[in-house]
Design a protein around this ligand. Structure first.
Ligand SMILES: [Zn+2]
Ligand SMILES: [Zn+2]
Length: 157
């Protein structure tokens, strides 16, 4: 995991490059993302910023715009969920993929060497130069399955 001072310097550099002002509001978006592990909607991050710094008056539009900027520059990553829109996490983490529960919204991270290798294999087969990949497994998490009315302990296939 990268450290916060590094991310902050990166943010300052990016804003300067884009001739945008470094503001506390913009910094707070980065900070909220950094301090809250996991994957969050812009609205969630907005609430966290209000808790973190009630006096800062960061608008939701600033949160959206700053997240877009952070993502463009690799300091944030996003996951698109069908119904709830985008979820953001801090960028520059070790590469990982996601399991997404459509019932409770839980997002589980995983890394699987075989899947990684297999994807490279597929790309090679199509003479495709892979620059990135995003693997999402969508479904119902273990806890939500436990709560299903007709749940049995047998694994169903
Ligand atoms: Zn669930
Ligand atoms: Zn993740």
């Amino acid at each position: 995991m990268v450290d916060y001072p590094f991310l902050l310097e990166e943010l300052k550099r990016i804003l300067k490059e884009k001739q945008l002002k470094f503001t506390r509001q913009r910094e707070l978006v980065l900070k909220a993302l950094y301090e809250n592990e996991g994957h969050h909607s812009p609205e969630e991050l907005h609430r966290k910023i209000q808790e973190l710094a009630p006096e800062s008056k960061v608008g939701i539009a600033t949160v959206y715009r700053t997240l877009a900027l952070l993502e463009e520059e690799g300091l944030a990553d996003s996951l698109s969920l069908d119904k709830e829109g985008k979820r953001y996490e801090i960028g520059l983490k070790k590469h990982h993929d996601h399991l997404i529960c459509t019932r409770c919204g839980k997002i589980i991270e995983f890394f699987d060497e075989t899947i990684e290798r297999q994807q490279e294999e597929v790309a090679r087969k199509f003479r495709f130069r892979m620059t990135d990949h995003a693997m999402k497994i969508i479904g119902i998490c273990h806890e939500c399955q436990q709560n299903e009315p007709n749940h049995t302990n047998e694994e169903k296939h």
